[in-house]
Design a protein. Sequence first.
Length: 307
Amino acid sequence: MTLTEDAAGVYIISATPFTQDGAIDYASADTLVEFYLSKGVTGMTILGMMGEAQKLSSDESLAFMAHMLGRIAGRVPVIVGVSNAGIANIAALSHAAMDQGAAGVMIAPPRGLGDDAKHYGYFAQCFEALGPSVPVCYQDFPLSTGVSLSAELFLKMVADFPQLVMLKHEDWPGLNKLSKICAAGGRRVSILCGNGGIFLPEEMARGADGAMTGFAFPEMLVEVVRLSNMGEADAASDLFDAYLPIIRLEQQPGAGLAVRKEILRRRGALACNAARAPGPRLTDADHHDITRLMARLEQRLSELKGA
């Protein structure tokens, strides 16, 4: 299940489950995997930013990766987030992931990259350290990394580095950049979109191949991608609009991860909604908002089915 330029569909970004005292909850990790698979996802991404990878020790990252790959590998493709300022660390984790059955790895640029020459040079070193057998997804998330990627620079990297097979597009605003990349010609790469799915219908219309995000209702992402690919843009938008209030709630800076984990807990995917410290905690008012919006979602979905 090696990652290729033709990858499409929904690669769900997995949460990392924790117990209330902050330990990794491996039993919930198993429940979460089965939940995601039951919703029809095409693949999974582990150790991403939403997966709180930055809060794990090196030993924890390796142990969690081994556990998840042992549970998932061979069922759907798995992408492992390996972002790290140290290129040797990226290479070591990438090769360990591939040895254990990963389909590919995802790398975001570290903070502090300046002009395009430095940006290009950093990834040139990454690709050299990884070697030709490790497929790479570039994570373009400047709202988090502080590093902007121009369409021109990305297209140059696509032309120069055959290991680069996927773009995780989550620039914001970024629709025109997405259109420019899709229209450029040259070697094709897969484009999956993030940001909680908040622009998914528009991104699909601009040429994206699917989604890579962690929204707590992955079945919506799957169906919106399917409808979009069938040319049923209005039906895709109608379904998306029913979920939009919850997408918006999950996209809150800081608090959004706690909202997502609580919804996953309510849906039976997690035993505990805890984010590892330092992380957000929900108030009673937050719980009230979630309850209200989930009830309204059920009502709206019922109305759509009866329409």
